[in-house]
Write a protein that binds this ligand. Sequence first.
Ligand code: ADP
Ligand code: ASP
Ligand code: MG
Length: 431
Amino acid sequence: MNGDIRVFKFGGASLRDAERVRNVASILKNYFGERLLIVVSAMDKTTNALEKVVAAHASKSGKAYELLAEIKTFHYKMTETLFEDSSEVNNLIHDIFVEAEWVLDEEPHPHYDYMYDQIVGIGELVSSRIMASYLSSIGLTTHWLDARDIIKTDNLYREAWVKWDETVENAKQLAMPHLQPSQFVMTQGFIGSTSENFTTTLGREGSDYTAAIFSYCLDAKDMSIWKDVPGVLTADPRLFDNVTKLDRLSYKEAIEMTYYGASVIHPKTIKPLQNKSIPLYVKSFIHPEGEGTLISSQVEDKYPPMVAVERNQAVLYISTRDFSFVAEHHMSYLFNKIAEYRLQVNMMQNTAISFAICVNNIDDKIHQFSAGIQHNYGVIIDEGLELMTVRHYNQQTVNSLLDGKMVFLEERTPNTIQMVVKDLPVITRKV
Ligand code: ADP
Ligand code: ASP
Ligand code: MG
């Protein structure tokens, strides 16, 4: 039985500046008196900025302190605008920045991903401190909770996996008692910690997932993520015109769409909610009175075509050097290697002596993978591609999506079409 606890998540866009922070507070005012846990991301593009600090430190470019100083200035300006007397909150955020500076005072840590998490995780810590103090200062008493005391993970830095049993136990022991009608509880998205209490992160854009973890652990009544769009749309409005809002979506549809690039929700978010039948609302922080999209177990009769685009794709055409068929033993070897190099395969196709995979082109992984298998296999790589997934497609939608594109791989089922494409070069004719 799900209880009366609700979980809200506000992302970076909703906390972009002081005006947006005040807007979030005005939304939250309507819920004071309910048992509400609020998860926040880092403000605006702070995570990207912190990534630059890490890179600067690792490369010893000498720019790391300067880059961190810009981030500090942004947050101190924010507190100056939001608070009549910002000294108390400034002390709190000062302590967090000092921890990052300690990392910078040392030689760059040889384990990049470990160092990354220790620095990049501070974005959410600072943001949640400011938000909790601000809400309390306007009469919405808010208890600040360190998500790292609750969410326990393995030590796969930058992509940590949750240890569910411990996390559920911690949430019941440490978060539940603070959830009172007389106070909100505020915590951070994106971060957790190892058994040795080192900070880990759950993967970029992971704050939606954090909210789902808390919802699961606390048997929430519902969860809402507040976005700069009216709800889940038939496609990303940054890429397409003529998008419409979906009022309802099943968990299954939401998983399919987010897995293949509908970036409005982090793909890992849905499963914990589905397991406990917790409804997810995607709502607009710009028009909070709107209905948003409800994602639940209810299956709709009919959906319009829905498009998800995953950029930065590469296709690897792998062929056997000895012309032997790509049979089971090759497959099993190649999949072991794919797992070892942690490539995320979005699509695959095989012929007699070759095997093509479409993967996310992150860091230098595909080239390392190719080098790792090159003694037995030839690999040809196409980069700079997009994967377009259309659920409930019709030919008209497909035709219009393919206008000006070249198709590299395609796969159709009755429900879904996936196409790996690249823009055709624009040929300008001289007259
Ligand atoms: P947050 O502030 O929580 O980090 P995001 O910026 O990650 O929010 O997610 C919201 C963005 O997701 C929207 O501004 C929109 O451009 C993008 N988006 C991608 N696909 C969709 C979709 N199908 N429906 C709505 N928004 C989408
Ligand atoms: N701040 C983190 C990021 O930008 C997590 C999140 O926003 O969801 O990736
Ligand atoms: Mg985001």
